[in-house]
Design a protein around this ligand. Structure first.
Ligand SMILES: Nc1nc2c(c(=O)[nH]1)N[C@H]1C(S)=C(S)[C@@H](COP(=O)(O)OP(=O)(O)OC[C@H]3O[C@@H](n4cnc5c(=O)[nH]c(N)nc54)[C@H](O)[C@@H]3O)O[C@H]1N2
Ligand SMILES: Nc1nc2c(c(=O)[nH]1)N[C@H]1C(S)=C(S)[C@@H](COP(=O)(O)OP(=O)(O)OC[C@H]3O[C@@H](n4cnc5c(=O)[nH]c(N)nc54)[C@H](O)[C@@H]3O)O[C@H]1N2
Ligand SMILES: [Mo]
Length: 787
């Protein structure tokens, strides 16, 4: 690999950079021409497939080309012509593969055979499907307590798979159904029901067309949901201000050229996206939003005193909200110097944001991991809702709250039963439909599953997709603990590190991807997903399967169920696999309010939306109103501050995605927008902090977590790279930095790991070579961003 380079990237997001990047990956993955034409079916309803990348809404009618750079990469990644079959596993022991990077592992291509780990030869060996299901079923049946087993789900599988998987876990006897949203938008799932009585976004694409202003917090649109840039571009063309809060200047939120517009591609036209860009401190959001609220109260008082109409929506507040007076007293009582220190923004910046916000009548507030992955993630989201409520921006066209979801069906899986919380299960319906008693105790979420594995209480782990061991906190504690599992089953499309940390009995079960044709007894099957705006639609894979041996995810769940559970006269798993329409009928019976007439409605070209009371100003909260909820603190993290985070040599580290990855899947080493090429082993720092800490550009450091629980957590060597980021803050890449994140360092109540604020010290490393084959550090290579 060539030497890493670091230089600011001047081009806008989208544009030619995006077009080249798509072409490169199609060539690299040797996607045949028919494969490239796959992209024409991407995000096309009914007879096309939903993109496997992010969960952003798909417009109807669809655009002729309905994919983005990262969506194209995800499709190419799934449809690669490379295969990772038995001969590969014959050539490489698992111990050897443990030294490979995430990139190299997934580069081997699609998994083709069911595989069982053989400890004697330290290799994965091919087995028959029958043998695999028989042993897995036998091992599950032998567990002393169903709560010793975890059924994890990443966010990609369809509604049909998710429903069947949740049913399998509950019939087995457990609510241990953690999923990737426990590391992601669980903070939204806790915050929003308390504030407005729904767990998800209240807006649709129609609202984005009608909004006349937007607030944007902690979401990297250009990389993580690029198709949304079209909606932002259109808003800007209508003159709507977009006010962004992010510690770093993300290119997609600065300027954009639509790579599918010949006019824009050939002229210097680019759209400036954010009209105000506030580089607040990591974790400064509650203070920044409080500052905006305080400014609104000041403006309102001044307007009313001058006999002008106020800036608050008094009628809305009166009729629809609860807790306003206490909220006002708190906001008015905050002092500007404290708000400035906590947010890292000046009073005038917060006031300017408030003035711009108050100039709009219909505002949508969007946010991502920059809010949710903090100790106070739940409260930060509730503060954002408070800000919307002050001007009645909830439950009217063009306004509302928009958590931008991650995985392409992560929201939908929750809707059909993937949850550890017993109260969210439609117990009566399941009992009536299937004649069994669903478990009434809560199961474990992701953090609790990690704790259970560390404590030796969890003994079996089934993963429907994902790369659990790599995605969770405390890598260096989790990996050895994982080896004590009696059973680890990974249902996957590509090889990843979670496969290599084996338990006593370990299986890899390879499955079809969403882009592939799913042939069953009644013919080619459709599947359904729910996007970030609560829109549910039908899709169909169009590519030939990567291998004839692959089973679909519903087929794997059904075979696991048949091998594990006693026969049930009310449930014919084989019939369900033969016709996914029968699964949808069952979903409709369990969740009639959302899914009635599912098989018919899913065929509407624009899909159908789940009902959301808050979007009609119906508040399913305890007070029966939309609630103003007070934050408990302005501090970013009072717990770790006591441990010394106010010390001058401790920085707050946020762990980020590059433009060349999808979560733990690393497509390559180029973070184009951030100007980092050829490496992921970096720490991005403010140059004043570098000077203060005696570090120079290119120095190698080891990052060490500053908490006082007695565990040493370090990652490195990382290259010091000067970057436009506020003082006291620094950034590194996920998942390489996950070894720094303590498992207990999570959002209060939602337990989302606080991956955006890890207190660290940086220690200079003396002996280090840029040659990755020269080990310089005790860290396993996986914790260095290789190259
Ligand atoms: N290409 C691509 N697309 C993806 C993914 C991917 O890995 N690659 N992952 C998918 C998944 S599962 C998810 S959840 C989403 C994630 O998409 P995002 O929510 O965009 O997540 P991150 O990339 O982690 O970036 C979070 C942003 O928050 C900012 N930030 C960090 N700390 C703070 C803070 O304290 N306050 C504020 N205001 N901002 C902060 C960071 O600078 C960054 O811009 O994307 C999905 N789409
Ligand atoms: N430090 C830090 N940690 C984080 C985050 C962060 O920002 N910082 N982000 C968190 C977030 S938001 C998330 S969502 C999690 C992600 O956690 P996960 O969802 O567990 O991880 P992914 O990397 O998305 O999983 C990739 C693997 O999924 C498998 N796969 C891909 N497609 C399919 C399919 O169609 N079917 C099946 N069965 N398998 C498939 C492939 O084998 C691939 O290797 O990570 C979390 N961890
Ligand atoms: Mo996510």
């Amino acid at each position: 690999m060539s030497q890493p380079t670091f230089k600011p990237y001047d081009a806008p997001s989208g544009g030619w950079g995006s077009a080249y990047s798509v072409a490169n990956i199609l060539i690299r993955e040797k996607i045949p021409l028919t494969g490239a034409s796959l992209l024409l079916k991407q995000n096309k309803p009914i007879d096309g497939f939903a993109c496997v990348s992010c969960a952003w809404a798909k417009p109807h009618p669809s655009r002729p080309l309905s994919f983005c750079e990262n969506g194209a990469k995800a499709t190419a990644w799934e449809n690669t012509s490379r295969r990772c079959g038995p001969e590969f596993f014959h050539r490489h022991t698992v111990s050897e593969l443990l030294n490979w990077t995430d990139f190299d592992l997934e580069q081997q291509g699609r998994l083709t055979h069911p595989l069982r780990y053989d400890p004697a030869s330290d290799r994965y060996q091919p087995v028959s499907w029958d043998q695999a299901f028989e042993e897995i079923g036998r091992t599950l049946k032998a567990m002393a307590d169903p709560n010793e087993v975890v059924f994890y789900m990443s966010g990609r599988a369809s509604l049909e798979t998710a429903y069947m998987y949740a049913l399998l876990a509950r019939m087995y006897g457990t609510n241990n159904l953690p999923d990737s949203s426990n590391m992601c938008h669980e903070s939204s799932s806790v915050a929003l029901p308390e504030s407005i009585g729904v767990p998800v976004a209240t807006v649709t694409l129609n609202d984005l067309e009608k909004m006349d202003g937007m607030l944007f917090f902690g979401q990297n649109t250009g990389t993580c949901s690029p198709r949304m840039l079209h909606d932002l571009q259109q808003a800007r063309e209508r003159g709507a201000p977009i006010i962004t809060f992010n510690p770093i200047r993300e290119r997609g939120l600065e300027r954009f050229v639509n790579p599918q517009s010949p006019r824009e591609m050939l002229t210097p036209d680019e759209t400036k996206i954010s009209t105000q860009y506030h580089q607040l401190k990591i974790g400064g959001d509650i203070a920044a939003i409080s500052g905006m609220c305080k400014a609104l109260f000041d403006m309102d008082a001044a307007a009313v005193a001058a006999g002008r109409p106020g800036v608050l929506d008094r009628a809305f507040i009166e009729e629809h909200t609860h807790g306003f007076e206490a909220f006002k007293a708190r906001m008015v009582g905050y002092s500007w110097p404290v708000l400035e220190r906590r947010s890292g923004l000046s009073r005038s910046a917060m006031e300017a944001a408030a003035v711009s916000y108050a100039s709009c009548k219909r505002v949508v507030a969007a946010y991502g991991m920059g809010l949710t992955q903090h100790r106070h993630g739940v409260e930060a989201i509730q503060m954002l809702v408070n800000l919307l409520l002050l001007r009645g921006n909830m439950g009217k066209e063009g306004a509302g709250i928009l958590p931008v979801r991650g995985h392409s069906n992560v929201q939908g899986q929750r809707t059909v039963g993937i949850t550890e919380k017993a109260e969210k299960v439609p117990t009566d319906n399941l009992r009536r439909q299937f004649g069994f008693e669903p478990p009434s105790d809560d199961g474990v979420n992701t953090v609790e599953a990690c704790e259970g594995i560390l404590a030796g209480k969890i003994k079996g782990f089934i993963a429907m997709g994902g790369n659990f061991v790599r995605a969770v906190p405390d890598t260096l504690q989790m990996e050895p603990a994982w080896r004590n599992l009696q059973l680890s089953v990974q249902i996957s499309t590509k090889l990843n590190r979670s496969h290599l940390i084996t338990g006593k009995v370990s299986y890899i079960l390879p499955c079809l991807g969403r882009t592939e044709i799913d042939r069953q007894a009644t013919g080619e099957q459709r599947n359904t997903t729910e996007d970030s705006t609560g829109c549910i639609r039908a899709w169909r894979g169009v590519a030939e399967p990567a291998d004839e041996r692959l089973l679909s995810e519903p087929a794997i769940v059904a075979r696991l169920a048949k091998a594990t559970l006693a026969a049930n006269p009310h449930l014919d798993w084989d019939a369900w696999v033969g016709d996914y329409g029968l699964v949808r009928n069952a979903i409709a019976e369990s969740y009639p309010e959302i899914f009635h007439d599912f098989n018919v409605r899913m065929m509407e070209p624009g899909g159908f939306h789940r009902p959301l009371g808050a979007s009609k100003r119906e508040w399913a909260t305890e007070s029966g109103k939309a609630n103003f909820i007070l934050p408990s603190t302005l501090a970013e993290d009072p717990d770790t501050e006591q441990g010394g985070h106010e010390q001058r040599d401790v920085l707050q580290l946020m762990t980020l995605r590059s433009n060349d990855q999808f979560n733990t899947t690393v497509y390559g080493y180029n973070d184009r927008f951030r100007g980092i090429q050829g490496t992921r082993a970096v720490v991005l720092m403010n140059s004043n902090d570098m000077a203060r800490l005696g570090l120079a550009e290119g120095d190698k450091i080891q990052a060490v977590t500053v908490v006082d629980d007695g565990v040493h957590r370090a990652v490195g060597p990382l290259r010091v790279t000067a970057y436009n980021i506020p003082e006291g803050c620094c950034a590194g890449y996920y998942p390489e930095c996950n070894a720094l994140l303590p498992v207990w360092h999570h959002a209060k109540r939602s337990k989302v790991p606080a991956a955006k604020s890890i207190p660290v010290r940086l220690r200079k490393v003396i002996a280090f070579s840029d040659d990755p084959s020269v080990p310089a550090e005790p860290n396993p290579p996986a914790n260095r961003g290789a190259a």
